[in-house]
Design a protein around this ligand. Structure first.
Ligand SMILES: Cc1cc2nc3c(=O)[nH]c(=O)nc-3n(C[C@H](O)[C@H](O)[C@H](O)COP(=O)(O)O)c2cc1C
Length: 381
């Protein structure tokens, strides 16, 4: 078996965004995540020993502003993964790679190196890119949306061949014309790293189904957000929708002759009582929201105060703050959080990548209280 992430049994849990300052919560609270290397090391130790399955960093190159310059401090993901793989024993660590910004052969070599360091525990999140400001920073024009995935598919093919082909080979593709490509060593142990993608457009999803082992989908949770950030029986219909979506995605993949596992993302705030969790959630996500950064993110998606009715803009801004940037909040005591995650598992999802406001402070309680509950429910091996 390559690693715990690749065995496709049980509900997998991963920490999301720990390489970024403030991770996935646009907040100014003093507890917010620093992403300092020392804190990352401690986070990885807690995750490795506590039963977390994977660490998923975000490929981000510049911040969104505000007093804290949200995401302004970020550690590059493959080197971050390599460092963490060297000091851990069982957790899988992803690198998140923007295909248009890395040559596929350099990326292939970096990832093989990380995979050798981790002895088969590296995994890849391939990203086609969307953030115009980041591409301007590199002086690289973004391709038209759907073309980004044509490019990413060629990129992935080059990378995969470098990982697998024993003899030197030539590439004669639209974007790559390469001669006598050689790549040694190969990934660890005669297998290859798991590959995932998180496109949300039709083209992005098709790309994932054709090329990836795992697909991360973001479930819109605005109704859940409005009810205080946790699932209730009345909202089971949303889970039904999700379950149907998972079945559809898997069926579409099967039609392409492929198997794909579906994951989602979110934010977890788990405290001994529901009230403590909800109070902290409101304090961090709303009362101390990093509003200028949230507004900048909306602007990057084409929404400004000038082009949007005031009530619509305000609602969107609030949803963004409450949802931890478009994921879904799971807020409550350990029973509530475990039950919500169990519902996701029962809806057919293979796992979830989630953030905490502060990984070092929040992960130990989650590992001690929520993971054993999932185990008792038979959802984890
Ligand atoms: C779980 C998850 C992780 C993602 N990670 C990144 C990332 O690290 N860097 C990035 O630029 N975009 C990231 N994205 C954005 C997606 O790659 C993609 O650009 C976005 O969902 C838009 O989809 P589309 O390309 O199909 O339009 C992520 C999305 C999700 C749901």
């Amino acid at each position: 078996m390559r690693n715990a992430m690749g065995n496709n049994t049980g509900f997998k849990v991963g920490l999301f965004g720990a390489n970024l300052s403030s991770a996935r919560t646009a907040t100014i609270v003093p507890d917010r995540w620093s992403a300092d290397w020392k804190d990352c090391l401690e986070m990885a130790r807690i995750a490795d020993e506590g039963g977390i399955d994977f660490l998923l960093p975000v490929g981000r190159w510049k911040g969104y502003g505000g007093a804290t310059d949200f995401h302004g401090t970020s550690l590059e993901t493959i080197t971050w993964a390599a460092g963490l793989l060297a000091v851990t024993k069982r957790v899988t660590v992803f690198g998140t790679v923007h295909a248009p910004l890395f040559h596929p052969l350099i990326a292939a070599k970096q990832m093989v190196t990380a995979d050798q360091i981790g002895q088969g525990r590296f995994a890849l999140n391939i990203v086609a890119g969307w953030n115009e400001g980041e591409f301007e920073m590199f002086g690289i024009p973004q391709r038209e949306h759907d073309e980004r995935y044509v490019y990413a598919e060629e990129w992935l093919e080059v990378m995969m061949r470098a990982w697998t082909e024993p003899e030197p080979f030539d590439v004669e593709a639209r974007y790559f014309k390469l001669r006598q490509v050689s790549g040694k060593p190969k990934p660890f142990g005669g297998t290859r790293p798991l590959i995932m993608n998180a496109g949300s457009s039709g083209v992005g999803q098709t790309f994932a189904m054709r090329n990836c082992d795992a697909f991360f989908t973001s479930m819109s949770g605005s109704r859940i957000v409005q009810s205080g950030g946790y699932l209730t029986d009345q909202q089971a219909d949303l889970l039904d929708l999700t379950a149907r979506r998972v079945v559809e995605i898997k069926a579409e993949a099967t039609a392409l002759g492929r198997q794909i596992e579906v994951y989602t993302q979110g934010q977890i705030i788990c405290r001994p009582t529901r009230k403590e969790a909800e109070d902290y959630y409101h304090w961090a996500n709303v009362e101390n929201a990093e509003w200028p950064a949230i507004e900048r993110m909306l602007e990057l998606h084409g929404m400004t105060r000038a082009n949007t009715p005031a009530d619509v803009y305000e609602a969107k801004r609030m949803t963004m703050a409450l949802s931890g940037l478009g994921g879904r909040p799971y807020v409550g005591d350990p029973d509530m959080v475990a039950n919500d995650l169990a519902r996701l598992a029962n809806a057919g999802l293979r796992g979830i990548a989630f953030s905490f406001v502060n990984f070092v402070k929040d992960a130990p309680y989650f590992c001690a209280e929520v993971l054993p509950r999932l185990q008792r429910m038979g959802l984890r091996g």
